[in-house]
Structures are given as C-alpha cells and as structure tokens.
Write a new protein. Structure first.
Length: 249
C-alpha cells in the first residue's frame, strides 16, 4: 500500500500525518499453472447467460435482496455515498487500551510526521502521560473504520478495529471448580515458561521449510522431510502437570 497523507482531527487541533502500513506480507507466492503445459491459468469474467467474456466497463455491482433478485449500483452512485471526511482521522474519545479485547484488532499503520509537527509531538506526549489511547474513525481506501491511536516507541500507531457484529463472541465463559493442587502446579509450570516477548526470535517455520524445498528443487534434489514425532499424551491432569514440570527442570 502506498503512503497515505491524512490528518488527525483532535477537537480543534489538526495534525498532518503520513500513514504507512506496518505489516508486510511475507508469504511465498505461487502461481496456478496448467499441469499439462505449465502455462499460467487465466481468470476470465464470464456471463453464462449471454455466453460471453466481459470487460470491466460491462460490470456493475448488485445487492441480492432475495434469491435471484438484485438492486444494482454503478460507480457514480457508489461515489455519491462516500463520506466527506475521507482524508481525516477524527478522534471521538480516549479509552484505556486494556478495555479493548485484542480480538477486535485488525491491521496497523504507523502515523509519521512529515515536518516535525509540534502538534504531533504534543499529541504523543499527551497519550503517554494519560496512559490512554485515542478512539477515532476514518476511511482507508473505500472502507469506513473505527480505530485506535496509541503512542509507542516508534511513534503513533493506528490500529483498525473490527465491528462488534464481525466478532463472534456470544455467551460468557463460566469457570468450573478447580483443584487447588492442580492450580498450584499449573502456576509453577507457567512460571517456568515465562519470558520476554521477542518477536524477532519467532520465525515462520513453514516458510523456511518451503524456501529450502524450492532451493532443493532448483538444484534437482528430492524433497525429504523428517516429520516430528508426536509426544505421548498423559490423560491424568495431575500426572501431566507433574511430568511437564519435571521435563522443564
């Protein structure tokens, strides 16, 4: 995604920012090929009723309000529905980050200041001092989002949020009665495994295996993967916890 020039609207304060995507897709890309001739498969937009291939100009969008029945929208009609604050990140309140469940987080963008804006630095310091995040609304591409702005060591990061109807959380979890001895062992096991979060240490193991396989194929070698042996499961919870602690020691 190219850099997007935007503007944080904070009461009567306007803070120009540049929005950069934090996430880079690191997946190994494959093309779909015809097995017989190894040529790439093409995807054509085809109308089975008219029995013809279509151009982009031939296509409009339709909403199916009942089975097989549509109301249609062309591009000019959809453009009329766009919101006016397209280049604005409008702050509507300030909340505690801990009040937002991480399952609502979608995608993150770094908001940078182009000309060392005093307002940007002031906003950063205010977020840091109050230990709150700004809840805001904005448009990215053609989609409307609610989002949070939080201060980090890298500057302000904007994270888009899923809407409540997109998050499938229905009934609240009810705890069962726990054996105190089992709880004590579980806490000890957690303590034995605790450590700092160091994301640079966590590599995509599947991607690494795939890259090695590609290199082997390029060199005419056969792919041989030694599968990891599955560990034997212990059905008794107390025994499983005790055994896990012994293995850690």
């Amino acid at each position: 995604m190219p850099n997007i020039h935007s503007n944080i609207s904070f009461a009567l304060v306007n803070i120009p920012v540049i929005m950069n995507s934090v996430i880079k897709n690191n997946d190994t890309a494959f093309n779909q090929l015809h097995k017989k001739c190894l040529n790439r498969v093409r995807y054509l937009k085809y109308c089975p009723y008219c029995q013809k291939n279509l151009k982009e100009a031939d296509i409009i969008k339709g909403y199916e309000f009942t089975k097989g029945e549509y109301i249609t929208f062309d591009k000019s009609e959809l453009n009329k529905l766009k919101l006016d604050n397209e280049k604005e990140i409008e702050v509507i309140s300030f909340v505690l980050l801990s009040a937002i469940d991480p399952c609502y987080f979608e995608k993150s963008y770094l908001l940078e200041t182009e000309h060392k804006s005093k307002a940007y630095y002031l906003f950063c310091e205010a977020l840091k001092k109050t230990k709150r995040v700004a809840l805001a609304k904005t448009i990215i591409g053609s989609k409307f989002y609610y989002c949070i702005l939080r201060f980090t060591e890298f500057g302000i990061i904007l994270t888009t949020l899923y809407f409540a109807e997109e998050v499938k959380l229905s009934t609240k979890f009810t705890m069962s009665k726990i054996n105190p001895k089992e709880l004590e062992l579980a806490v000890k096991l957690i303590d034995s495994l605790k450590g700092p979060f160091e994301p640079e240490k966590y590599q995509d193991e599947y991607r690494e295996r795939l890259q090695k396989a590609i290199t082997k194929k390029l060199n005419g070698q056969t792919i041989k993967i030694n599968k990891k042996k599955s560990s034997k499961q212990v059905n008794d919870l107390m025994k499983a916890l005790e055994k896990s602690l012994k293995l850690k020691k």
